[in-house]
Design a protein around this ligand. Sequence first.
Ligand code: GLN
Length: 196
Amino acid sequence: MGVRIGVLALQGDVSEHIDAFRNAVRTFGSERSVVVAPVKKPEEIIDLDALAIPGGESTTISRLIEKNNLFDPLIGFEGGIFATCAGMVVMAASVDDPRVHPLGLMDYKVIRNAFGRQRESFEADIAISGLDRPFHAVFIRAPVAEHPGNGIKVLGSITEGIVALEQGRFMALSFHPELGHDPRLHIRFLKNCKLL
Ligand code: GLN
């Protein structure tokens, strides 16, 4: 059976995620056919093996999740979830902004826009647990996580806080691996989900 990956297309950098997953599958190689497509309706996510929740504006994405009746389907989703930046905000157990109604799928607290105005966007080579060399990470008005619960593996931290976390079929990153050309985190996520 082929693998189906969806990218939640409510708002944010959807096409970049689609390209990055396709690139990851091409780079690693797969015996199975892999389809990557945008999704935005409850019935479109049911059959997926994995879903990306992209970067964008978490207050907007949260509002659109509720407007599109996706809150419960996302909580009940049984596939993998790859969440970046605003996606990481939406995955959290709690957020420092009451406008975001997080899914609570991963047990950490998130601080939105944690780097302040001076450092809204920056790039840094960061160590990620399990990767043999640093990952070039692009941060854009990024959140950080704190208070990870039991069962969460912290993959990477910088001075301001935790920027990469993993829990079984879930991965949450405060930076944007879909904007670079390094497929290692997408490949790792797909392997964690046994899709590669
Ligand atoms: N600051 C945004 C938020 O909290 C996230 C920014 C991004 O996804 N690049 O929603």
